[in-house]
Design a protein around this ligand. Structure first.
Ligand code: CA
Ligand code: CA
Ligand code: CA
Length: 229
């Protein structure tokens, strides 16, 4: 552990008083907008109910759009690390739904199980982005079909509250072109979901955030008064 000299600490303490309030203000913004990726590594393997959230991310809610078939498990190179989230089954045409109880402005998720026997070159990975009932964006990406979690898909832009992710055909139909039996679904496996919440002034329940900012501003004002006294 690096130990700083007492004088150095003193200098930082004296010098930073002026900037302390500004630092706290910046820290408040940082706390409100950034979060670590959701990698499922600390989860208990097994089935998860619709409305499932990972500890530390209570405002990010996962659901299966058909049935209740979410599973956290080890999928080898089809996932990242030891645990990932899968949306079963092959046959029900379901999508992964992610609701943001606090609106977000960007998301990146990694996807795997792009199995060349269950999908063809014309099939796509799809990401649909909604703000309430308003569709903001529909993104699609060609899969490299290596059955490895080697690609990610991202959206960044206006604040959103819900995204859907799924594998489908070239028109967005949630069934892929199975090379052995014809049309079928394909289980989505996702991991390392990164997101950024909207800036505080756009968060609907911004009361708490604004309260924190108000506290930070009060510290700045208090600091100025102390120096004037
Ligand atoms: Ca993982
Ligand atoms: Ca399902
Ligand atoms: Ca791949």
């Amino acid at each position: 552990m690096h130990v700083m000299k007492k004088n150095a600490l003193k200098q930082i303490g004296m010098g930073s008083r002026k900037a302390g309030g500004v630092f706290l203000l910046a820290f408040s913004f940082s706390m409100a907008t950034h979060a670590a990726p959701i990698d499922f590594e600390s989860e208990t393997p097994g089935s998860k109910p619709n409305g499932y959230s990972v500890p530390g991310h209570p405002w990010v809610v996962f659901s299966d759009t058909v049935g209740s078939d979410l599973v956290v498990g080890y999928f080898g190179s089809q996932g990242l690390g030891l645990l990932s989230l899968a949306v079963y089954s092959d046959w029900d045409g379901s999508k992964l739904r992610i609701d943001f109880l606090q609106p977000a402005e960007s998301i990146t998720l990694w996807y795997g199980n792009d199995d060349p026997w269950w999908a063809s070159a014309t099939d796509l990975a799809w990401l649909e982005v909604w703000n309430g009932a308003t569709l903001l964006a529909t993104l699609s990406q060609s899969m490299d079909l290596d059955d490895v979690m080697s690609q990610s898909i991202s959206y960044s832009g206006s604040c959103f509250t819900t995204v859907f992710f799924w594998y489908g055909d070239s028109t967005g139909n949630p069934y892929t072109t199975n090379n052995t039996t014809g049309l079928s679904g394909l289980i989505e496996i996702v991991d390392n979901i990164e997101y950024t919440l909207c800036r505080p002034h756009t968060v609907p329940d911004g009361g708490a955030t604004l309260g924190l900012l108000g506290f930070a501003c009060a510290v700045v004002v208090a600091g100025r008064r102390l120096r004037l006294a």
